[in-house]
Ligand binder design. Structure first.
Ligand code: SIN
Ligand code: CO
Length: 413
């Protein structure tokens, strides 16, 4: 593969200055260009999980949250999940990052693409872009992926199991889509490519245009010249994942394992001698069924499990605690002047009685309003902080989170 020195002057995409206010959650009943003039409520009713929607000029003045060089730089990091897909002489290849800065093909070479998942964890502008989609619950919103492609680049015709918004942020990409039933994949390839792709619709997307696709719509996006695309992705745990994780959660909490019934060891006083020792005993199978039938849980267990599980940081997430944290009084002064915000890697969810921050559950404080506000807007403005800071339990908690790297003091940089 040809080596390409990183040229920091050669960034083709520029970064945009997204005003901090744009990161506030969108209002469900205000029409927005982001959804082609629909309100988020209308979009959710008519399109979400139902049918594709092409939106011209969704973000008319959009620019890539990261320049090409900054994206390549991010792909060198262990903390970011990156993939390189190339297509040459009819053959697909896939490599997983991190990629040394000289390990990517030349930008002059055709038909390759670099995909970097979770850009929102590392970049404020990427996070602000993701925040525009917070009309969908945080429990469903997953991450922002940025792809860079040279002319002809793409990942091949495929389908995804999750909803996605594909936002063109630099250059042009031709998307072809199909609601075809046949989702058979080509065997023996390192990536998911459809065996028979029969496009039904096709559009050329320019910067600011966006395509929404519900799960299982076949699609193929091919770069026309160099381009960058942001994918706003969602998570949808399978029933198997939920069952497995929920039982694990109950067992961890001692609700299965440490109760007297849970600790009782298997007994078989009526076991007879066997001629087939390798055969599973029928009584043991029946006992497992009986144990599972006795598993009980409460509404609270459901909430606690979901909140902790969904706010758990992804395995590669490492929080950057401040090297030299401010003293508490200085932190409060700074927060009163310029506010606080959740770190991009922080997940903060709440239920009726408890909240969940980065996988940990706690009771909602008596003055819960500020906490729910912080969770919903991911920030507390300076002026609001001044009003709230008479509550010492609030400032103490926020200071603790600041020292852990979960909260930043000051608005978006
Ligand atoms: C891409 O950005 O190249 C791929 C996104 C997708 O098709 O899901
Ligand atoms: Co896709």
């Amino acid at each position: 593969m040809p080596k390409r020195p990183l040229d920091h002057r050669a960034g083709t995409a520029t970064t945009s200055d997204l005003p901090a206010a744009l990161a506030a959650p969108p209002s469900p009943d205000s029409p927005t260009p982001l959804l082609g003039g629909l309100t988020p409520s209308q979009f959710m009713r008519r399109y979400w999980q139902k049918k594709p929607l092409l939106i011209r000029g969704a973000i008319p003045d959009v620019a890539a949250p990261l320049s090409r060089d900054a994206l390549f730089e991010l792909a060198t990091s262990e903390d970011a999940e990156s993939r390189l897909v190339s297509h040459a002489r009819g053959r697909w290849s896939l490599e997983h990052g991190p990629f040394d800065s000289d390990a990517l093909p030349s930008v002059k070479r055709r038909e390759w693409t670099l995909l970097v998942q979770g850009a929102d964890l590392h970049d404020d502008r990427a996070r602000a872009l993701l925040d525009r989609f917070r009309f969908v619950p945080d429990a469903r919103l997953d991450a922002l992926m940025i792809s860079y492609a040279t002319d002809g680049g793409g990942v091949g015709p495929h389908f995804d199991s999750y909803d996605v918004f594909l936002l063109q942020v630099h250059g042009k990409r031709r998307w072809r889509i199909s609601a075809q039933r046949d989702l058979t994949l080509k065997p023996g390839l390192p990536l998911k490519v459809l065996q028979h792709f029969e496009p039904e619709q096709e559009w050329l997307l320019e910067p600011g245009d966006m395509l929404y696709l519900p799960p299982h719509i076949a699609h193929d996006g091919i770069a026309q010249g160099e381009c960058m695309t942001c994918s706003i992705g969602f998570r949808a745990p399978s029933a198997n994942e939920l069952i497995g994780q929920f039982l694990y959660y109950l067992a961890e909490r001692g609700e299965l394992a440490h109760s007297p019934a849970g600790e009782r060891l298997y007994r078989d006083p009526r076991q007879s001698a066997v001629a087939h020792p390798a055969e599973l005993p029928a009584a043991m199978i029946a006992e497992l069924g009986a144990i599972l039938a006795r598993v009980k849980w409460t509404q609270r267990d459901l909430v606690s499990f979901l909140g902790s599980y969904l706010s758990e940081p992804k395995p590669q997430v490492v929080f950057d605690a401040p090297d030299r944290p401010l003293a508490e009084a200085a932190f409060i002064r700074r927060a009163q002047a310029s506010g606080v915000r959740l770190d991009n890697k922080t997940a903060l969810l709440y239920g009726a009685r408890t909240y969940f921050i980065n996988g940990e559950e706690s009771a909602l404080p008596r003055s819960r309003k500020w906490l729910c506000e912080l969770a919903d807007t991911r920030r507390i403005e300076g002026k609001r902080f001044v009003t709230l800071s008479t509550d010492e339990s609030m400032t103490a908690l926020l200071y603790e989170w600041y020292c852990a790297g979960w909260v930043r003091v000051g608005a978006f940089s």
